[in-house]
Design a protein around this ligand. Structure first.
Ligand code: GLC
Ligand code: CA
Length: 568
């Protein structure tokens, strides 16, 4: 092992105590009045982000794109799309963020390009074009595609090109042809591109659909293909093991055991992955994302515990509730009516108490909610295709609306709510997407500096992660596994113990944690809670472990051990 990799494994990399903030640039802040957020908009909010305390910003794609999938269809990996700004803006963002100790994490869409990318335009010119083999083609006849499989955004995965008498393969929309990763030229062109961004000062990468890179259509693999980890190791060696980069792979198919492979501490693959097990537990068994079911809360706790325990001391977790593909968590697992603020804070505390790197999606730190769109407001390619396909299957308008309101990606993509002025201060023009109407109450300006706001709760949690080592290093023990309302767990590192106690319900419940589970004493300190502490009926040690938990009450408690625990 080289000294370089030894250093990687023994000293703790920066991202283990980091909190990463995701920006969906199109919906963050518009500075030129075209209704679309842009890079200068992000620069204008760096002070806000720096005050919040985040260490890195993951930007959803800002490269040139026809925007068929809002930038996840890239037509030039090495330039900035004019709707977002220029390369100079990007350089300025990297510089200005760096001045505030914030790194920029780019989104790498490597599984597919846009059908308008020069590579694809060449590839479809002829079968012997040098770029032809950069994509995946199969012979066939117009009415008989190679192997019938449904693409992620509806329709089939094979698109007929009459001029060539061939089909090309696309796991997402037909405007997103899959790159042929089996071709080493493709891989090396992508590695080259990544290194150029690293040279420009990028601090890390989020890998779009990382688990799809090893696809093997003939053998029916979309995810977890036979060469997947070989490719990731090759890419990691060529690109990621330099400049203290953080890398996170999106991996819907990953279970904790797979995540261990991706995040092995020898640093040969990635820093962490996004696993989605906890995002599939309000889905009917065997159904897809549109088949709604009540959340299986006990399964949610079990899932977290499984990920926490499996990766502890071996791999590394990412922690998230939201991203640009998911609805707002307070509308999904919280109560976005009467207890909006309390439940948003509870969700924050429940997540940020665990082991891993927390991610915050823009607006989550304000407790932003789903917007209650009408059918015509849904504009995402996935939602439009779902409407078309499910209407054809006979779904009623009401059922369609219920499913889209619960699940469509548009829910998380409404413009950021900065203040109570027109268009929430997001734009002076006509916003590209309809705002969530509650922006007059739910916005950053009204929460800044308000101690009991959702925003200040997130700020506290980010600060605590830097101050309290057990948040980063402690193990994880789930308490009250079968309880259907309370999520409670312990984190221990031998020097201190942390207890997180959350009432995921609209009712006041008796606190089941007594001294036998957690002997709270005078050394016990309340670090953060979802209710204003001043209003709490008790003080002193009883306040740490109160008799009752109010609706959506969450508490994070710390106890320093008098004697270092020798078992550790
Ligand atoms: C990922 C992205 C999503 C995109 C898809 C195809 O899941 O997060 O937004 O549509 O990949 O690139
Ligand atoms: Ca703009």
């Amino acid at each position: 092992m080289s000294t370089e990799s030894v250093r990687h494994t023994t000293s703790s990399p920066w991202w283990r105590t980091a909190v990463i903030y995701q920006i969906y640039p199109r919906s963050f802040c518009d500075t030129n009045g075209d209704g679309i957020g842009d890079l200068p908009g992000i620069i204008s909010k760096l002070d806000y982000l720096s005050r919040l305390g985040v260490d890195a910003l993951w930007l959803s794609p800002v490269c040139c794109s026809p925007q068929a999938d809002n930038g996840y269809d890239i037509s030039d990996y090495l330039d900035i799309d004019p709707i977002f700004g220029t390369m100079e803006d990007m350089d300025r963002l990297i510089l200005e963020a760096g001045r505030r100790g914030i790194r920029i994490v780019m989104d790498l869409v490597l599984n597919h390009s846009s059908d308008e990318h020069r590579w694809f335009l060449e590839a479809k010119k002829s079968r012997d074009n040098p770029y032809h083999d950069w994509y995946i083609w199969r012979d066939g006849t117009p009415d008989c595609p190679p192997r019938q499989a449904a693409a992620s955004f509806g329709g089939g995965m094979w698109e007929w090109v009459p001029e060539l008498g061939q089909y090309y393969y696309h796991q997402f929309s037909a405007k997103q042809p899959d790159l042929n990763w089996a071709n080493p030229e493709v891989r090396h062109a992508l590695y080259d591109m990544i290194n150029r961004w690293t040279d420009r000062g990028i601090g890390g990468y989020r890998l779009d659909v990382a688990d799809h890179l090893g696809k093997d259509p003939d053998r029916g693999f979309t995810v977890r293909g036979p060469r997947l980890h070989e490719y990731i190791r090759e890419m990691s060696a060529a690109c990621f093991q330099r400049n203290a980069l953080v890398t996170v792979g999106e991996a819907w198919s990953a279970d904790p055991e797979q995540a261990l492979v991706y995040t092995s501490p020898d640093g040969s693959e990635l820093s962490m992955v996004f696993g989605f097990d906890h995002m599939k537990l309000d889905q009917a068994p065997g159904g897809d994302k549109w088949s709604l079911a009540p959340l299986d809360f006990v399964a949610l706790k079990r899932s977290f515990a499984h990920w926490q325990r499996t990766l502890y001391g071996r791999g590394w977790n990412s922690l998230f509730w939201e991203n640009h593909d998911l609805p707002r968590i307070v509308s999904r697992f919280g109560n976005d009516g009467r207890y909006r603020a309390e439940s948003a804070k509870l969700l924050a505390i429940a997540l940020h108490g665990m082991c891993g790197t927390p991610f915050i999606y823009q607006g989550e730190e304000l407790g932003m909610t789903d917007p209650d769109y009408a059918l015509e407001d849904f504009r995402d390619i996935e939602a439009r295709n779902m409407l078309r396909d499910h209407r054809a299957q006979g779904w009623s308008e009401e059922r369609l609306l219920t499913a889209l309101r619960a699940r469509a990606r548009d829910n998380g993509r409404t413009p950021m709510q900065w203040d109570a002025t027109a268009n929430a201060g997001f734009t002076d023009g006509e916003p590209w997407a309809r705002l969530c109407p509650n922006y007059t109450e739910v916005n950053a300006a009204s929460q800044l500096g308000q101690p009991d706001s959702v925003l200040e709760c997130y700020r506290t949690l980010i600060r605590l992660r830097k101050e309290i080592p057990v948040l980063t290093d402690g193990d994880f023990e789930l308490l009250l596994e079968k309880d259907t309302r309370i999520f409670a767990y312990l984190r221990r590192d031998g020097l201190s113990e942390l207890l997180v106690l959350c009432n995921f319900s609209d009712e006041t419940v008796t606190n089941p944690i007594g001294p036998e589970l957690w002997p709270g004493d005078k050394s016990c300190r309340l670090l953060v809670s979802s209710y204003p502490e001043a209003a709490h009926p008790a003080s002193g040690p009883e306040a740490c472990l109160p008799q009752y938990l109010r609706p959506w009450e969450a508490r994070m408690l710390l106890k320093q051990n008098q004697e270092p625990d020798r078992k550790k």
